[in-house]
Design a protein around this ligand. Structure first.
Ligand code: C5J
Length: 240
């Protein structure tokens, strides 16, 4: 019987199959691995209202300078993530001009120097469309990057973030922004329940309170990573 031309099967050289390199970040409580195609960088609420004088954060009696140290490392990470082709999603906390999406409990709570909607030096406090509500210049979103406006602390509540991430095939989130124990935590906790693998970047999240920053990060990685992983930006940038 005719045999097909070519070497006998025993002579076929073994094919060298290259394993794809999966980026691995040195993180706590153990290494975080991710596929860049299914990972998004989430930049939470880096708005003038939280990080600059005259905004919502300051009306609550906070030292906004504490959040400004997040900007340089986050700008570097943002550059590296964009260069690596990661999806970048920004969020902004704020309300409609008529306050119809602001629960009375949020509006009337405490004794701030100005309330949500009051006129401040950067426009009406925490109101969409105002100068103070927008993202700081150093972290300005690029045209194609989604910006999610949210009325709450969590990034999923009353937004289409869940649908957007599903549509883009995102399963892992690199989480940055402010504040660690409020909007970052609320978002990471829900993201974890929704099945996302979350890496919180320790020097790219910030709090007005040093003790909350420390405890907030510890809570993420405690109990074997109950909400996710924590690593400094340099460990992530190294592998992007
Ligand atoms: C707060 C936020 N702290 N973005 N908002 O009220 O964390």
């Amino acid at each position: 019987m005719d045999r097909p031309a070519g070497p006998a099967s025993g002579d076929v050289p073994a094919l060298e199959i290259e394993e794809p390199v999966v980026p691995t970040v040195d993180a706590s409580p153990y290494s975080f691995t991710f596929e860049p195609e299914s990972t998004a960088l989430l930049v939470i609420d880096m708005q003038r209202d939280f990080v600059e004088p005259g905004g919502f954060g300051e009306t609550l009696g906070n030292d906004v300078g504490k959040l400004q140290k997040v900007i340089p490392p986050l700008a570097r990470l943002l550059g590296a993530a964009r260069a690596a082709g990661l999806l970048v999603v920004h969020t902004r906390e704020g309300h409609l001009p008529d306050l119809s999406d602001c629960p009375p409990a949020k509006l009337n709570r405490g004794a701030p120097s100005m309330r949500i909607g009051d006129p401040g030096p950067k426009g009406r406090i925490l109101i969409r469309g105002e100068y103070g509500h927008d993202i700081v210049d150093d972290l300005k979103p690029l045209g194609e990057e989604p910006v999610i406006d949210k009325p709450g602390k969590g990034s999923f509540y009353a937004t289409d973030l869940g649908e957007l991430l599903a549509e883009k095939g995102v399963t892992s989130l690199v989480v940055t922004g402010v504040t660690t124990e409020v909007c970052v935590h609320t978002t990471v906790r829900e993201a974890n329940d929704r099945g996302f693998e979350c890496l919180v970047v320790s020097d790219c999240v910030g709090s007005y309170f040093d003790e909350f920053q420390e405890a907030g990060l510890a809570m993420i990685a405690a109990q074997g990573g109950i909400f996710g992983w924590v690593a400094p930006s340099e460990n992530l940038i190294e592998v992007l």
